[in-house]
Design a protein around this ligand. Structure first.
Ligand code: HSE
Length: 440
């Protein structure tokens, strides 16, 4: 029986998950595929660092070229991350007529369109299930399971580290740094955790998932992104008092002929289905015109869940190799010449509800001044909390609004933050009240 040869570049957390999955599940994999997946080489610049999963020394090398030039290797798995050498290796592998599997969402968000073109020119495929949602088969669902739909919404929690931090701050009372330290220790965070905390990692994933959903090229630069580093425990507590849970949400919508993509901290009602998604779990709601609403849920990060996604790509590609057929499914679900640039909807045009926390002097007339400016900008208040007296110079005044247009909100807050009685920039957190708002 013909074995499918695998070369792996990057012996890190996900690499260990792939190696362990290939080893522990070899029998089940072979029984499904009809051929074994054989790990022939593992390349990493540092072979001495302790790892949770060992590799026989005869497979190890510090030279990725040995993988590129090995005729026994059919599929190159790129798990080193980053935008530099990883891009070069993937190009080389494709030009050497090898198939590629990668978990590198940053690379695909920035250069996926180019890499998919190179793959097509060489009659090869790039598998990238592990790039979005860790172990959850989101790519396969969008590309195959939901192929009969027009998809208008993709909405959810796409970063395990940020979700872990917010969960531990909400439920465990931890401060931000302690929660981040825990997420790093569990292997959820990126090598540079700023990518998780500032929302960039979720934006990479949203850009990829939106392209697959809406039939556009990947447009990472069009994703509006805010992270969770500016979140104060006070906001988590006030949100709880209003009946909200704080999540870093990724929202992609294709409505009325425009595509909007945004990632930002978001309050959702505590009884919202996503409010119960905690720790490093991810969840994605998708709305298709035939299927209606569906939700996919599972571990969005971690060694074995992400390894599971990589191995599913290996098996899909191995089936094509064994059947000697060219790749049958377009990488972004739509045929490359049918991808369309759809006009973009900027963040200033969205309409949603808002949470504001003003840091103001506790003086007569402050509230009426602030609400006057909001009213003049067509922002209607639905609830207000002011607790305690002034400490350290200011008092937090917290408001929740009815739906308002973002451009009006920004104009009003600029005016409010210029008032002498307002001592610090106002905290703004958007609120999503429904599972999938039809249009915002
Ligand atoms: N750092 C990512 C996360 C890993 O926390 O979700 C999975 O892409």
């Amino acid at each position: 029986m013909r074995a499918i040869g695998i070369g792996l570049i990057g012996w890190g957390t996900v690499g260990c998950g792939v190696i362990q999955t290939l080893r522990d599940n070899a029998e089940a994999i072979e029984n499904r595929l009809g051929a074994p997946l054989k790990l022939l080489r593992v390349a990493d610049l540092d072979l001495d660092r302790p790892r949770p999963v060992a590799v026989p020394s005869e497979l190890l090398t510090t030279r990725a070229e040995e993988i590129m030039n090995d005729p026994e290797i059919h599929i190159v798995v790129e798990l080193m991350g980053g935008l530099g050498a990883a891009r070069t290796f993937i190009r080389q592998a494709l030009e050497n007529k090898k198939y590629v599997v990668t978990a590198n969402k940053a690379l695909l968000a920035h250069h996926g369109n180019e890499l998919f073109d190179i793959a097509r020119q060489n009659g090869r495929a790039i598998g990238f299930e592990a790039s979005v949602g860790g172990g959850i088969p989101i790519i396969k669902s969008l590309r195959e399971g939901l192929a009969g739909n027009r998809i208008d919404t993709i909405f959810g929690i796409l970063n395990g580290t940020a979700n872990y931090i917010l969960t531990r701050m909400t439920e465990g009372g931890l401060d931000f740094d302690a929660a981040l330290g825990e997420a790093q220790a569990k292997g959820y965070a990126e090598a540079d955790p700023a990518l998780d905390i500032e929302g960039t990692d979720a934006a990479h994933k949203l850009a990829i998932a939106s392209a697959l959903s809406f039939g556009t090229p990947i447009q990472f630069d069009a994703v509006y992104t805010e992270g969770i580093s500016r979140i104060d425990p006070l906001d988590v507590q006030f949100g709880e008092e209003f009946g909200y849970r704080l999540k870093l949400l990724a929202i992609g919508r294709n409505t009325n002929g425009r595509v909007g993509m945004r990632v930002h901290p978001t309050f959702i009602p505590k009884d919202h289905i996503l409010a119960g998604v905690s720790g490093a779990y991810n969840a994605v709601h998708i709305h298709g015109n035939s299927v209606g609403n569906i939700m996919l849920y599972g571990m969005g990060a971690g060694m074995l869940p992400t390894g599971s996604a990589v191995v599913s790509d290996l098996m899909d590609i191995a089936r094509d190799i064994l059947a000697e057929t060219p790749p049958r499914i377009a990488p972004l679900a739509f045929l490359p010449d049918r991808l369309k640039e759809i006009p973009l909807k900027p963040i200033s045009d969205i309409s949603t509800c808002y949470y504001f926390r003003f840091s103001a002097l506790d003086r007569p007339g402050v509230l009426s001044k602030i609400s006057g400016i909001l009213g003049a900008n067509e922002i209607s208040i639905s609830a207000v909390i002011q607790k305690g007296r002034e400490t350290e110079g200011s008092v937090p005044i917290v408001m929740v609004t009815h739906e308002a247009v973002e451009a009006n909100v920004r104009k009003a807050l600029e005016e409010i933050d210029r008032l002498d009685m307002v001592l610090a920039p106002t905290q703004l957190i958007r609120i999503e009240n429904h599972e999938t708002q039809a249009d915002d």
